[in-house]
Write a protein that binds this ligand. Structure first.
Ligand code: PLP
Length: 427
């Protein structure tokens, strides 16, 4: 679609495996060569030809303030001038941890990492270390980074233990991870009863974003809390996407549920590589050096990332009341898109949680991975390319979330809606 991008992607493929440093970027599921990005600002992202797009991917969630927010950029530059990494403690790390802990009180102690993957990996190790148990329960379609124990394909039914989601994950590791359908309380109760003795933790995206947006049904998260508490397993909320996305804090605050451990990432790094794991003091203090569960990182708590994160969180705190307006804009966008589809007799199911949404190309309802997979991915691919042509950057996969930022305006919404109209006219 973009002349400049063809040679650059081919060029990339000669030195980078698959031409990209993270798989979805390659546009495999929608076809075509990916547009390369030259820069981004606010709600807009620009390709190598300088073509502008309204961005609903936002680096897969982090850029809630919009791209290149001047205060965040200044904070990063200022930190860089003082040195980019020390391998020794800084007060910025304490500041960052305090901001997180005050916003999410269940995170009594925090440990910073460089990615969400590391945060989830650490949470699992801690859960196993603290409980002396081995098994992990997760949910089909939930993504918790690419660590071995968490990259497990959907297992069907209570008795099916994990099947590796990728070559390279030993079956002996996969067998320790159980994957159940999201929102299925019955399957959860059976699985917990069956494996309770050796169940270290249940890990969940409290609002799922990695099979497209899927909301927890009433009672699902409560059941997770009750079942884990009753059987001595830890409950881990993976709030890498949801943390600070819906409100100043975690989804746990809105759901009134306190997990034992929480994983963060994305937004808290303001666009720099960051993750964090935190939870009850007695669990977290099991981490080395105070405890015996090992975890480390040369760049953990990196000064650039801390400054970007502190600045982002401080701005979000001052905007705490603006989250409602952000949700309102997303509601309007989704409602009007739904109308345009309905007007042309195309079935879409819009799942939305606050400022995060997915248009599933099907009647719906979408409440778990198997229902999500009923979507018409070919139609989505055509829609995606039409939208790109009309200046709107959506996720290059049906099974991802779209995001709005505080930089998105009503004008962006209007332009997006007219791009939808034009796209549908030619679908
Ligand atoms: C993105 C994501 C991760 C992994 O974070 P990385 O920084 O990409 O390693 C983990 N959990 C969830 C819910 C995510 O969306």
């Amino acid at each position: 679609m973009n002349k400049t991008s063809l040679p650059v992607f081919a060029e990339a493929g000669r030195v980078i495996a698959g031409g990209v440093n993270s798989p979805v970027r390659a546009w495999k599921s929608v076809g075509g060569d990916p547009a390369f990005v030259s820069r981004a600002a606010g709600s807009k992202i620009y390709d190598l030809d300088g073509k502008e797009y309204i961005d609903y991917v936002l680096s897969w969630g982090p850029m809630i303030l919009g791209h290149a927010h001047p205060d965040v950029t200044a904070a990063v530059c200022e930190a860089a001038r003082r040195g980019t990494s020390f391998g020794a403690p800084t007060v910025a790390e304490t500041q960052m941890a305090r901001l997180i802990s005050e916003a999410i009180p269940s995170m009594e102690r925090v440990r910073m990492t460089s990615s969400g993957t590391e945060a989830a990996m650490t949470a699992i190790r801690l859960a196993r270390g603290c409980t002396g148990r081995n098994k992990i329960l997760k949910f089909d379609g939930c993504y918790h980074g690419h660590a071995d124990s968490l990259l497990i394909k959907a297992g069907s039914g209570v008795t099916t233990l994990g099947i590796p989601g990728s070559p390279g994950i030993p079956e002996t590791v996969a067998r320790l991870t159980l994957s159940l359908p999201y929102n299925d309380i019955g399957a959860l109760e059976k699985a917990v009863a069956l494996y309770a003795d050796d169940l270290a933790a249940v890990i969940v995206e409290p609002v799922a974003g990695n099979m497209g947006v899927v909301l927890p049904e009433e009672g699902f998260l409560e059941a997770l809390r009750d079942e884990t508490a009753r059987h001595g397993a830890l409950l881990i909320f993976d709030e890498v996407i949801t943390g600070f996305r819906f409100a100043f804090g975690g989804y746990q605050r809105l759901a009134h549920i306190q997990p034992d451990l929480t994983c963060l990432g994305k937004i808290i790094g303001g666009g720099l590589p960051v993750g964090a794991v935190g939870g009850k003091k007695d669990i977290m203090e099991r981490l080395a050096p105070s405890g015996d569960v090992y975890q480390a990182g040369t760049l953990s708590g990196n000064p650039l990332a801390m400054n970007a994160g502190i600045t982002t969180l401080s701005i979000l705190m001052s905007k705490a009341d603006a989250y409602a307006a952000l949700e309102e804009e997303a509601r309007l966008l989704c409602r009007e898109m739904e109308k345009l589809f309905a007007g042309r007799g195309i079935a879409v199911c819009v799942n939305r949680a606050f400022s995060m949404f997915t248009l599933f190309f099907q009647e719906g309802p979408v409440r778990d991975l198997s229902s999500a997979l009923r979507s018409d991915t070919d139609l989505y691919a055509r829609f995606f390319h039409g939208m790109i042509q009309n200046g709107v950057w959506l996720a290059p996969s049906q099974f991802e979330a779209g995001f709005l930022s505080f930089a998105h305006t009503r004008q962006d919404t209007d332009r997006t809606l007219s791009a939808v109209e034009k796209t549908l006219d030619r679908l």
